[in-house]
Design a protein around this ligand. Structure first.
Ligand code: UT7
Length: 303
């Protein structure tokens, strides 16, 4: 479709395959509902037990109703409330930090975070600077209180800087540029990324925040079981791992098979590699994304 090559994509980014939801008439909630249904089954949870469901997405089914509502409806979750969050590729980190606060109140014992993106719905397949990068995915996680406070969520460091809106955005379809023939003609309803600009911020900030988390908790590379990074570019991941002093085998990478799935990429890596985790393993989850948003979570595997 565009003038590109496997060699360019592999050497600059590191992607071989992506998953694309091709069928018309299916949005993010289609994939997200399947993920939630599988989660309910795997955790032997009746839908009535779920108290809250939060959906992170930059590709909601519609501007409103919230996609979280649609997912609850499709999954028969009737006793919960919830909402959508939108923090670009750092979305899982921002949502997890929010949800752990609800858990800490003691009033919530079962909250679902579901991250879903139909990135293919906002990609311009005539734009070679973005179309090889993004893939579709959905992952659901059950968040519950830990009986042992030394396990589970330990700490977070999160940041935003609105300068990012000049580098990575989808302008049309919101209140600033409501849908119009003119906007569509100008391709404003598609994702636009100034790759090099984003790269420069990403490569420094993701490494900085990960190192800051290590210093704050006196963690050495030996103390860390795995880095679970946002999967936008292998070179950004490598730079973060280098700064942290981590060997290759401690860095979880699946960008080759899924591409950049935005805020879904960290839970997707957790799902993909969770058979490797042992109770008590220290994980550092780090991301950088549109906004700009970036951050790091220190999580001790609790299962
Ligand atoms: O997940 C949210 C946050 N996003 C990120 O963190 C992404 C950060 N940015 C990146 O990962 C990289 O900037 C990209 C992968 C998007 C692009 O890689 P790059 O090394 O920064 O490439 P570039 O934009 O500087 O382009 C280099 C050259 C240009 O050609 P000239 O001007 O040197 O002749 C582009 O036109 O590569 C060309 N190019 C391509 N060539 C073949 C751009 N896209 C392609 C392509 N195939 N698909």
């Amino acid at each position: 479709m565009v003038d590109t090559s496997d060699e360019w994509i592999m050497s600059r980014v590191g992607i071989k395959e992506r998953r694309i939801l091709k069928e018309d008439g299916l949005g993010t909630s289609f994939m997200a509902s399947i993920a939630v249904q599988r989660l309910l089954k795997a955790t032997h949870t009746d839908p009535s037990e779920v108290q809250m469901l939060v959906c992170h997405t930059v590709t909601p089914d519609m501007v409103f109703t919230a996609t979280s509502n649609i997912i609850c409806d499709k999954c028969g979750i009737k006793n919960a409330w919830g909402f959508d969050t939108n923090a670009g590729c750092s979305g899982f980190l921002f949502t997890f930090e929010t949800i752990r606060r609800f858990i800490e109140t003691g009033q919530y014992r079962k909250i679902i975070i579901v991250c879903g993106e139909r990135m293919s719905s906002i990609v311009n397949y005539e734009d070679r600077t973005t179309c090889p990068l993004f893939g579709d995915a959905a992952v659901a996680l059950m968040i519950e209180p830990s009986e042992d406070p030394s396990l589970g969520f330990q700490d977070s460091i999160l940041h935003v800087d609105g300068i990012g809106r000049r580098y990575l955005y989808q302008t049309a379809g919101g209140s600033l540029y409501p849908a119009s023939h003119d906007n569509v003609d100008k391709r404003m309803h598609f994702i636009h990324q100034e790759g090099q600009g984003v790269f420069k911020y990403a490569v420094v900030n993701m490494a900085d925040v990960s190192e800051e988390m290590m210093k704050r908790h006196n963690l050495t590379a030996d103390d860390i079981a795995y880095l679970v990074p946002h999967q936008a570019n292998l070179r950004i991941i490598d730079a973060t791992a280098r700064r942290m002093g981590l060997p290759k085998e401690k860095v979880l990478i699946n960008i080759e098979r899924f591409g950049n799935t935005a805020g879904t990429s960290i839970p997707l890596a957790i799902w993909d590699f969770k058979s490797r985790f042992k109770k008590g393993d220290n994980l550092i989850l780090s991301a950088f994304g549109a906004g700009f948003t970036w951050g790091s979570i220190f999580y001790r595997w609790a299962y």
